[in-house]
Design a protein around this ligand. Structure first.
Ligand SMILES: O=P(O)(O)OC[C@H]1O[C@H](O)[C@H](O)[C@@H](O)[C@@H]1O
Length: 560
């Protein structure tokens, strides 16, 4: 870290414009490419405030932090999630080579392949119409009930792969929020004869998911009447690691799809948690998604020169800004409407994984360098007309990842060309900026005159219209948004997150930070009162005055 600190002092003032001027080969030197069949995955990281030395120092740090050993430990099923005593094996879910992976003496590939076969049979039955609802009609609407990793991943992939679906035949919906509005609005769209609910929860105890699952079950039972109650298994299936709880809920174990504790929630879209996606886009496309993830895994695991390892380089660059430039946030900006939920998915992946203040060994993290920054993003070009002002001229440094597919699924007039020129121009503008002199020349055109007053006005306007530039960005180019490239893209960010975790010496696979809020919500529930506005247990008087007041306000509006 000390060497990187020193290096930071020597490069922090260098302008990227000068780096490009000094080296005409810069783009070539700072680009990596991966080919997977016909698919191209191109990563241009030349518009970053880095030199060759930056990468060398990060590879040195990686040696010190045993990144190569960490990668091997993950792939081979070692218990690397030490606080939860679990292996981390989402890569086994997409291990298309079928190389044996032994955990506690057992090859997990047998279980993985067993569940994939079950998913295949099920998706084919539902999609072909062979699976019938309680009145004999085929399923037209699939509803995934889940939250966090049991929602964001499948939802994001379903959006991304819309061109591979046939929503006229089969639609997919997602209910996650405990806000009753979410369930109510989806239920309005459904016909009880033709809908299929998938209750997706690793633990099968998550408050939001269980509340939504019970609400949907009551809705369905209410619609079909008691005579048809026994037909519930035709309309409710489950995905979980907790098969006992699934059975308690009343879902047929034949219609339950298992996964395992070595799959972290935010890494679970590759497991049966992806069932809604597989139903929507078809099982073959789901397999292609796994193939894409596997291609990135192979690259990540086998490219031992970390300067050529795409997830490692992406991690180095992100850490460079977070830990050295102290940027508090970074943006992921997909220039493809189908990837509209990718930033939301990444928020959980990165912020839940690396938003930690304690190292693996229980000691506080190195305060001078910190850990994960906040992530946000919207699809381009919409973000340009909303928050890019701050990225271009704000006082904070916000590194950006642009994602752009060379081919579009929708060849409408000039749209794709316009999209391309916008994304390339944004990266160029952030890098180059506009000097005060350029801005002044423009200001002189719009404010004519050379007297003192005009000059003053010209200078003021020029100050407003100057762009410092030197604002970094990565450009991730895909040949097209398809199941394989989407698989590669997701796996890239998963591994980038893991490498950063290793460099920060934290456990990227637990999430204790979400627990306190859950505990306090449980405490507060009885204090919110019954119909008469009385506590059912305990007293809210022990709470701080703000919480007491909020409880009182709630009661005023919610008791009779
Ligand atoms: O799949 P579930 O057990 O229902 O968990 C759903 C989500 O809730 C938890 O609170 C975690 O923060 C997430 O990592 C998880 O994905």
């Amino acid at each position: 870290m000390q060497q990187l600190d020193k290096h930071f002092e020597s490069v922090k003032a260098i302008h990227m414009k000068d780096l490009f001027a000094q080296d005409p080969e810069r783009a070539k030197k700072f680009s990596l490419e991966l080919k997977n069949g016909d698919d191209l995955f191109h990563f241009d990281f030349s518009k970053n405030r880095i030199t060759e030395e930056t990468l060398t120092l990060f590879t040195n740090l990686s040696k010190e932090r045993k990144v190569a050993e960490g990668i091997e430990a993950m792939f081979s099923g070692e218990i690397i999630n030490k606080t939860e005593k679990r292996a981390v094996l989402h890569t086994a879910l997409r291990n298309r080579s079928n190389r044996p992976i032994i955990v506690e003496g057992k090859n997990v590939m047998d279980d993985v392949n067993g569940v994939l076969d079950k998913m295949k049979g099920f998706t084919e039955k539902v999609r072909s119409g062979e699976w019938k609802g309680y009145t004999g009609k085929p399923i037209t609407d699939v509803i995934n009930i889940g939250i966090g990793g049991s929602d964001l991943g499948p939802l994001m992939v379903a959006h991304a792969l819309t061109p591979y679906a046939n929503p006229e035949k089969l639609k997919v919906h997602y209910i996650s929020n405990v806000d009753g509005t979410h369930a109510a609005e989806v239920l309005k769209l459904l016909n009880p004869e033709t809908c299929m609910f998938i209750v997706s929860s690793k633990t099968f105890t998550t408050q939001e998911t269980m509340t939504n699952a019970h609400t949907c079950r009551s809705w369905w039972l209410g619609k079909v009447g008691t005579d048809n109650a026994a037909k519930l298994p035709l309309h409710f299936v489950a995905v979980s690691t907790n098969l006992t709880k699934v059975a308690e809920f009343g879902i047929d174990t034949n219609n339950t799809f298992a996964f395992w504790d070595w799959v972290g929630g935010r890494f679970s879209l590759w497991s049966a948690i992806g069932l809604s996606t597989a139903l929507y886009v078809g099982f073959d496309n789901f397999i292609q998604l796994l193939e894409g993830g596997h291609a990135m895994d192979e690259h990540f695991r086998t490219e031992k020169d970390l300067r050529k390892n795409i997830p490692a380089v992406l991690a180095f660059i992100d850490m460079w800004y977070t830990s050295f430039f102290k940027s508090g946030s970074h943006a992921v900006l997909p220039y493809d409407q189908y990837l509209d939920r990718f930033p939301a998915f990444l928020q959980q992946l990165e912020m839940e994984s690396n938003g930690k203040g304690v190292k693996m060994n229980g000691e506080p993290v190195d305060a001078a360098h910190g850990t994960s920054s906040a992530l946000f993003g919207e699809p381009g070009t919409n973000g340009q007309h909303a928050f890019y002002q701050l990225i271009h001229q704000g006082t904070q440094l916000i590194p950006c990842d642009f994602i752009f597919p060379l081919n579009t699924h929708n060849k409408l007039g000039e749209h794709h060309k316009l999209l391309a020129c916008n994304v390339f121009a944004q990266a160029e503008a952030l890098m180059k900026g506009k000097t005060f002199e350029q801005a002044l020349a423009e200001a002189k055109k719009s404010i004519p005159g050379d007297d003192a007053e005009a000059q003053q006005k010209q200078t003021t306007l020029a100050n407003h219209r100057t762009f410092s530039g030197n604002r970094p960005s990565n450009m991730i180019i895909l040949s097209q948004v398809n199941p394989r490239t989407v698989g590669m893209l997701i796996a890239l960010y998963e591994h980038k997150t893991f490498v950063e975790g290793l460099l920060w010496e934290i456990n990227s696979f637990d999430q204790w930070g979400v627990e306190l809020g859950k505990e306090l919500a449980k405490d507060l529930y009885p204090l919110l009162g019954d119909k008469e506005g009385k506590e059912t247990e305990g007293t809210f008087k022990t709470k701080d005055s703000s919480t007491q007041h909020l409880v009182e306000l709630f009661r005023q509006f919610n008791s009779q």
